[in-house]
Design a protein around this ligand. Structure first.
Ligand SMILES: [Zn+2]
Ligand SMILES: [Zn+2]
Length: 155
């Protein structure tokens, strides 16, 4: 996405396109790793050392509120952020905390009766387990432990 598109995207959501806000958005759009707020600050700060941590975090919060950035909560770890415009689900690795995108498919919505007066905005899924890297490592260790008569569960 080019600079003009990011500017239009911000202004279309009622946000002023300040240099710091632009920097946060631009970094998130080219980053596929779902960075934490601290990683976003580090990246923005490398480009423009004048931007403070507070400004970066405030901008991030504004972008989440405006619906341009998605916050992915990872229990026990720092939240991760994602500015990918298309809908997708997430897979979170129990072991390394890696957050990966999974292709979108429709998920059943709760019966309207169970929602009461709540207004539903989005239904998305979080899958949990082991990412490819950790699963491979696990399988290797499992084989070795089997030879030693262990189950592979006691690491
Ligand atoms: Zn992993
Ligand atoms: Zn994502």
């Amino acid at each position: 996405m080019d600079a003009d598109a990011i500017k239009r995207c911000l202004e279309g959501s009622g946000l002023r396109c300040t240099p710091q806000r632009y920097a946060v958005m631009a970094f998130l759009m080219e980053c596929n790793r779902h960075p934490t707020a601290a990683e976003i600050f580090a990246a923005v700060n490398r480009v423009d050392p004048r931007s403070s941590r507070a400004t970066t975090y405030n901008n991030l919060r504004d972008l989440v509120r405006a619906g341009l950035v998605r916050e992915v909560a990872v229990e026990g770890r720092a939240a991760r952020f994602d500015a990918k415009g298309t809908r997708h689900h997430h897979f979170i690795c129990d072991r390394c905390g890696n957050v990966e995108d999974l292709e979108w498919f429709d998920v059943p919505r709760p019966a309207s009766g169970s929602l009461g007066k709540r207004l539903l905005r989005e239904c998305e899924l979080i899958f949990r387990g082991l990412c490819t890297k950790c699963a491979v490592r696990d399988a290797k260790r499992g084989r070795r432990d089997c030879k030693n008569g262990k189950t592979g569960m006691d690491s």
